[in-house]
Design a protein around this ligand. Structure first.
Ligand code: ZN
Ligand code: ZN
Length: 344
């Protein structure tokens, strides 16, 4: 079968790889109908996250179940399904508390040996372990390209807002309007934020956030701190979501957030970074960080998308074939796309 494989930093190749086989009673095999290119894939593309040469990439997917192991009961052959980007065992200390993202034996699709050697979904077929936990039937009437957001990007935006403790009536700021930031804007609005300030330097992304009901603030052409002061009677926002994953963004988040507010770092951090601990301490800020518990949120996200409360479809800027993956990665790397959907 054809699959998108990592070769070297800046180089992916569509190659022939062996088809997956069921090896455990909880497995399913899904024929991929649509798969996304994600910001996390770019971390691999840049060599910031290391995977083995030849490893199949991708972790956002919608498809059709073609076979299941004996212990899979929630889905059947022929079902149209979407999947989450990681697996979980359902039995460990963390899974028993619903913290599926911290499962002791979790595996992440398309991230090489360090995250469980689970081949990615930018391929014609994908093996899905713990299929009952990882897969969901696509709700009636939902398109492939909308459904594939539930298992990663929209689930991450949902997690960012939920974990921040944002309440109805709060004012939130979202730093960084990539797909996760834009989804967080939608979730914050849907969860009752009175105002959402959306901060970025790309005009098209600011315009999209505005179309979702946010107040756009240009990072460099406007005074972001003044904009936040104006919107909050000088206090600062109740919740600030850092969807960038850069120390400068985190530092700005500390400054934009009101006393006793929450800074939510959902953007990916992989390195040591300096934090102004004095500012954090004197303002008594809450900080939460880490990747999303998408397995724990996927049903709620699907319900909100089905009800029309969340709609990621404006984020899909490009449709390309799987064979065009090298172009898709290069395009995404140039920040010319928000979400690219590949079709095998
Ligand atoms: Zn992703
Ligand atoms: Zn577990």
């Amino acid at each position: 079968m054809r699959a998108v494989t990592f070769q070297a930093p800046g180089e992916v190749l569509v190659a022939d790889v062996p088809e997956p086989e069921i090896s455990h009673p909880g497995d399913a095999i899904v024929r991929i109908d649509a798969t996304g290119v994600c910001g996390s894939d770019l971390h691999i593309y840049h060599g910031r996250v290391q995977v083995e040469q030849g490893f199949t990439l991708g972790h956002e997917y919608v498809g059709t179940v073609v076979s299941i192991g004996d212990d899979v009961h929630g889905i059947a052959v022929g079902d149209r399904v979407l999947g989450c980007f990681q697996t979980a065992c359902g039995r460990c200390y963390f899974c028993r508390r619903g913290l599926f993202h911290k499962c002791d034996s979790s595996r992440t699709f398309g991230h090489g040996a360090t995250l469980g050697s689970l081949a990615g979904t930018q391929a014609e077929l994908a093996l899905v372990p713990s299929a009952d936990l990882v897969l969901r039937k696509v709700p009636q009437g939902m398109s492939d390209e909308v459904a594939l957001f539930a298992g990663d990007v929209m689930g991450t935006g949902y997690h960012a807002v939920l974990e921040s403790g944002m309440r109805a009536g709060d004012t939130a700021a979202v730093l960084g309007l990539g797909p996760v930031g834009l989804c967080a804007v939608q979730v914050a609005k849907a969860a009752g934020a009175a105002r959402v300030l959306a901060i970025d330097s790309v005009p098209e992304r600011l315009a999209m956030a505005e179309s979702f009901g946010a107040l756009p603030v240009h990072l460099t052409e406007q005074d972001t701190r003044a904009a936040v002061r104006d919107a909050t009677e000088g206090r600062g926002v109740d919740v600030c979501i850092d969807a960038v994953g850069h120390p400068d963004a985190f530092d700005l988040a500390l400054r934009l957030t009101r006393k006793c507010g929450t800074v939510q770092a959902i953007g990916v951090y992989a390195e040591r970074a300096q934090v102004h601990m004095g500012l954090l301490w004197i303002k008594s800020l809450h900080v939460c960080a880490g990747h999303a518990n998408v397995l724990g949120h996927v049903d709620g996200v699907l319900a909100m998308m089905s009800a029309g409360l969340l709609d990621p479809s404006p984020l899909v800027t490009h449709h390309m074939s799987l064979e065009e993956a090298p172009d898709a990665y290069a395009l995404y790397d140039r920040r010319e796309a928000l979400k690219i959907v590949l079709t095998p």
